[in-house]
Design a protein around this ligand. Structure first.
Ligand SMILES: Nc1ncnc2c1ncn2[C@@H]1O[C@H](C[S@+](CC[C@H]([NH3+])C(=O)[O-])CC(=O)[O-])[C@@H](O)[C@H]1O
Length: 351
């Protein structure tokens, strides 16, 4: 029989191995960050990342880390970062045992909200066809070649990979949901991008970092986040301070139809989401952007979200948009509000 102290040692060793599997995924990014004007962020960011990913902080984390460790090591001979299905393939297809192991480890990270990903023959058909949003913005943003990109509320980092594919030299994604960080680590364990990471942070973490090494990003994405923030102006001001002068903000958010400055404040839920605080018209959103210090503001796309773009799939088996719309009138949510309609606005940091 094992003694208590042997068991403790075995537990400590397993914990250390799990931490190793995590840090192995972030290390190349921190090395890359140290070569940029944001080098001052590397220390605080890595400390914050370690703190937020303490296994004790999140009950599911040990299981997700174990899934990460079960991913087979496969050659990354062909990267696919410029195609709708982001992914990787090897010259030699994985064995059936490796393919089964890969599928099982990726399924352990369910639900996959953003994608698609094509990983050694396995297609992760996520809830969102994120490639469609990318198609709506790709030609409108300043060319990403050689730029440093910050993606706030990036989910599992789908757009970060697309930004690398479009020539960005460094992409930092932040998202406070640990599952999405682990999904990124799984995908990137296979892809092997060095100057790209998703870290477990929120927009509230940005001011402290900006004081250390502000103004260092050339392009900043904030997509699908503004309506989750109680103080939209504070969110926009934080974003501005991370951008260099003339740097570009790409803001995607829910908008209300109408030409006047108006704001919908859902009474309780909006499309079954508890945390949608406010939906402005484009006129009001434009004024918020001006107030926060952006200029050259332009609307590059307005689109109603369709049930082809957001839907349940085998990789996201919960309810999705079709369940959140009024079955008698798909132009309304189940609560009777206008159905989701999203706009992409681009502005540059003026001050
Ligand atoms: N305070 C916060 N700071 C940063 N992120 C946050 C915060 N609160 C929530 N999030 C994160 O913001 C993301 C919102 S989804 C957009 C994903 C991607 N951008 C997309 O455009 O597909 C919404 C949608 O599906 O559109 C989630 O990943 C949250 O964890």
């Amino acid at each position: 029989m094992r003694s208590g102290s042997t068991r403790e040692c075995a537990g400590a060793e397993a914990g250390a191995n799990a931490r190793h599997a995590l840090w192995e995924g972030f290390a190349p990014f921190f090395e890359c960050l140290r070569t940029t004007p944001a080098a001052g962020w590397a220390g605080p960011l890595s400390r914050l990342t370690q703190e937020r990913l303490q296994p004790a902080r999140h009950g599911d984390l040990p299981g997700w880390i174990a899934a990460l460790e079960r991913l087979p090591r496969l050659a990354a001979d062909h990267l696919m970062l410029e195609t709708p299905c982001v992914g990787v393939a090897a010259d030699t297809a994985p064995s059936s045992a490796q393919a089964a192991q890969l599928r099982e480890a990726l399924e352990a990270l369910h639900p996959w909200r953003k994608g698609p990903f094509c990983l050694h023959g396995i297609e992760i058909d996520a809830e969102w066809r994120s490639d469609r949003k990318w198609d709506r913005l790709a030609d409108a943003v300043a060319p990403l070649t050689g730029r440093r990109v910050l993606d706030v509320g990036c989910g599992n980092g789908y757009y970060g990979f697309r930004a690398l594919g479009a020539g960005a030299k460094l992409v930092l994604g932040i998202d406070p949901t640990p599952r999405f960080v682990l999904q990124f680590l799984a995908v990137n364990r296979l892809i092997g991008a060095e100057c790209c990471a998703v870290l477990p942070l929120a927009d509230d973490d940005l001011p402290a970092l900006t004081d250390l090494a502000g103004h260092c990003f050339d392009t900043l994405f904030s997509m699908g986040v503004l309506y989750h923030r109680r103080d939209a102006l504070a969110h926009l001001e934080r974003l501005r301070r991370c951008l260099r002068h003339d740097g570009e903000l790409v803001l995607e958010t829910l908008v209300l139809e109408g030409t006047q400055e108006q704001l919908l404040i859902p009474k309780d839920r909006y499309a079954r989401m508890r945390n949608v605080h406010a939906i402005p018209t484009i006129a009001l959103l434009t004024r918020w952007l001006q107030t926060a210090g952006f200029s050259n503001i332009r609307v590059v796309d307005i689109a109603r979200t369709t049930t082809e773009e957001q839907r349940a799939t085998p990789w996201m088996r919960f309810q999705s948009l079709a369940d959140f719309l009024d079955p008698q009138d798909p132009l309304r949510t189940v609560e009777g509000y206008p159905a989701p309609r999203r706009a992409i606005l681009i502005g540059t940091r003026s001050g």
